[in-house]
Design a protein around this ligand. Structure first.
Ligand SMILES: *Cc1c(COP(=O)(O)O)cnc(C)c1O
Length: 400
């Protein structure tokens, strides 16, 4: 699975990789990266020898979820390895064309929880605000592939003014999560307009942005962006990374700029077959995340989106991964494994079972090494003891 050195806690640069040395003056320019994305079969085949499964996948992807890969991210692909964990995340495969019977266009039931197009209000106190349908690159397992990338039948039609009005009127909302698509694809000016508008609503205590731009396009994390963002605190950012190979030197530096702007960073990963479905890869990932000042937040079971069966793993795998982390590494490094309840249940936590037995008097537990411990319930204080202590207190008071 990938290069053996993928699991080492080191940060490398991979530029220019598949591009000629002559592009280097433009490499750190986010606009150049976006303009030079790999988004056609021809551009892909110029650089990589595709398998038949991939070539068919690219041809089928055109009217479902577009292919688009930034040069920065493309460089992480190991040309020698058809099972490269980077490759599986962004290059379509033939299996995407098959919809398993359990799969759905909208597995998390978002469309039915939208009081205003673009605004998902599932939990009482917080909303998910879908502000764009575009990303720097497209993940093949995108939970919003029904609307993201703009090539499918369904389109995201964010209604800005009605959405802001809804947020103003619903004083129970204290937390707004900007997502999409990727909000950091907006210009600083456009993003600032949205943040300023939200900050003008007094009951919104907390803002956050979900973005994979720090991973796909670290060049976008400019000092100017960070200076703008830090005016809107408390502002958190959740990034999305799945494999330690994605944490390059450029990515680490971008994350440090965000952290230095006082933005707490969390990571969301999706367990993907052949990418990161092992304790070994997950452990290497979370250790590198801590080195980048990112706290692992959620580890997701892959949503039942159409054409995802080749990437989805048994639910037991996620539990095994958490079991292999808890106690075996830093507590801060351990994400919460969740399943987003199909049809709209919200995030449901799944944990290894540490309870061996429970009765009214005690709980019998196992620790991370399998040792057994018994924790008795607190004993009620006997009435006779209370009386004795009261007498003792009275007599010590008289001694003064
Ligand atoms: C994930 C999600 C949130 C945020 O959930 P947290 O557990 O607070 O991070 C809010 N709304 C929707 C619809 C979500 O899917």
């Amino acid at each position: 699975m990938g290069h053996s050195n993928d699991l080492e806690p080191s940060f490398r640069s991979h530029s220019p990789g598949y591009w000629p040395e002559s592009v280097m003056p433009h490499w750190d320019d986010a606009t150049w990266q976006l303009k030079n994305r790999v988004s056609t079969l021809a551009a892909l085949e110029e650089r990589l020898t595709l398998t038949d499964e991939e070539r068919a996948g690219v041809l089928l992807a055109g009217n479902k979820l577009a292919m688009s890969i930034t040069p920065h991210f493309f460089n992480l692909i190991d040309a020698q390895n058809p099972d490269c964990p980077i490759r599986r995340q962004v290059i379509p495969r033939i299996e995407e064309g098959w919809d398993a019977p359990e799969e759905m266009a909208d597995p998390c039931g978002e469309d039915s929880h939208m009081p205003v197009p673009g605004l998902v209000h599932r939990y009482p106190d917080r909303v998910l605000f879908l502000v764009t349908d575009r990303c720097a690159s497209y993940c093949r397992y995108c939970t919003r592939s029904r609307v993201v990338s703009g090539v499918g039948d369904q389109h995201l039609e964010t209604q800005w003014e009605p959405a802001f009005r809804y947020l103003e009127q619903h004083t129970e909302i204290r937390d707004v999560l900007l997502s999409g698509g990727d909000p950091l694809l907006f210009s600083d000016a456009k993003l600032e307009k949205i943040l300023a508008r939200l900050r003008a609503i007094p009951h919104l205590q907390f803002l956050r942005i979900g973005s994979r731009i720090p991973i796909f396009l670290p060049q976008r994390i400019t000092p100017e962006l960070c200076t703008m963002l830090q005016k809107y605190h408390p502002l958190f950012i959740s990034i999305h990374t799945n494999h330690p190979r994605e944490l390059t030197l450029e990515v680490k530096q971008g994350l440090e700029r965000l952290a230095n702007a006082g933005i707490p960073l969390g990571n969301q990963s999706v367990i993907l077959k052949g990418v990161n479905d092992s304790v070994e890869v997950q452990k290497a990932l979370v250790h590198k995340l801590l080195m980048c000042r990112v706290r692992p937040y959620y580890l997701y079971q892959c949503d039942m989106i159409r054409g995802s069966s080749h990437l989805r793993t048994p639910v037991s795998r996620g539990v095994e991964i958490i079991d292999g982390l808890r106690g075996h590494t830093t507590g801060y490094a351990i994400p919460q494994f969740v399943i987003d309840g199909p049809g709209g249940g919200g995030k449901i936590p799944l944990n290894p079972n540490y309870i061996v037995h429970r009765d009214p008097d005690k709980t019998v537990l196992r620790n991370y090494e399998g040792e057994i411990f018994e924790y008795p319930e607190p004993s009620p204080i006997p009435a006779s003891e209370l009386l004795r202590l009261r007498d003792q207190a009275t007599s010590s008071c008289g001694a003064h």
